[in-house]
Design a protein around this ligand. Structure first.
Ligand SMILES: [Mn+2]
Length: 234
């Protein structure tokens, strides 16, 4: 378990979190023993700016339990299903300048989730590294391909005729994944094969990403704790 605090204003909070961030023993999750020793693949990251305050705790070897409160109801819905389909235990608490619009909050939650996933992955030994998924949702089909390469790059090929989901612009999904890809150090390709209904489009992308992520972070016993790279570094 790793805790990172960025721009924290509360020293007491920081030291309390350091205390609680001690590595805890694995609790029977297949991935948590062996390759990465006994350290749980979990992390907590806090980040505070003039625009947002975000705290995220993630456990890669979870069951999909989510506790999400971002102040953006549609983002809460997306993160809840992301946790469920990636089998992450995920706690997200965010407060942002949503009176301006949702942009800063959505982007910064993506950044902090990327940081937390990266910390939880640790040295990446034994992981599968790549993941991909084609996810259908009624008339929509989304394709998500992922490489935990430490080479941040987002390719995002999505256009929807009607961008609004209530007061949430589906274009913000791109901002979320740009922040996430940068902070996670991941190559992420997201494409909408086809589809129109914006709620379906966003949901298919988040679920597809979740399934691709689940594949990529899974510990493969055949890797025997080595890095899935001929370069020797990820
Ligand atoms: Mn839905």
């Amino acid at each position: 378990m790793t805790t990172i605090t960025t721009n924290t204003t509360a020293a007491a909070m920081s030291s309390a979190s350091k205390t609680s961030a001690k590595t805890k023993p694995a609790t029977g999750a297949t991935g948590a023993t062996g390759a990465t020793g006994t350290a749980a693949r979990a992390a907590t990251v806090r980040r505070e700016t003039a625009e947002t305050r975000v705290e995220i705790t993630v456990n890669l070897d979870g069951t999909g339990a989510a506790k999400i409160a971002t102040g953006v109801p549609f983002l809460d819905h997306m993160l809840t299903l992301l946790a469920r389909h990636a089998l992450l235990d995920l706690t997200v608490a965010a407060e942002g300048d949503t009176a301006v619009d949702y942009h800063h909050t959505v982007e910064d939650v993506g950044i902090v989730l990327g940081q937390a996933l990266r910390e939880a992955l640790g040295d990446k030994r034994g992981i599968r590294r790549y993941g991909f998924f084609l996810l259908p949702m009624d008339e929509t089909l989304a394709r998500v391909v992922l490489d935990l390469s430490n080479r941040p790059f987002l390719v995002y090929q999505v256009s929807t005729p009607n961008p609004m989901i209530r007061d949430f612009n589906v274009g913000l999904v791109r901002e979320f994944f740009q922040g996430l890809a940068n902070a996670l150090g991941a190559n992420v390709h997201i494409a909408l094969e086809y589809g129109e209904e914006p709620h379906h489009v966003a949901e298919a992308i988040f679920k597809g990403f979740a399934r691709a992520l689940l594949e990529a972070v899974t510990l493969d016993p055949r890797q025997a704790g080595s890095l899935p790279s001929t370069k020797g570094k990820l």
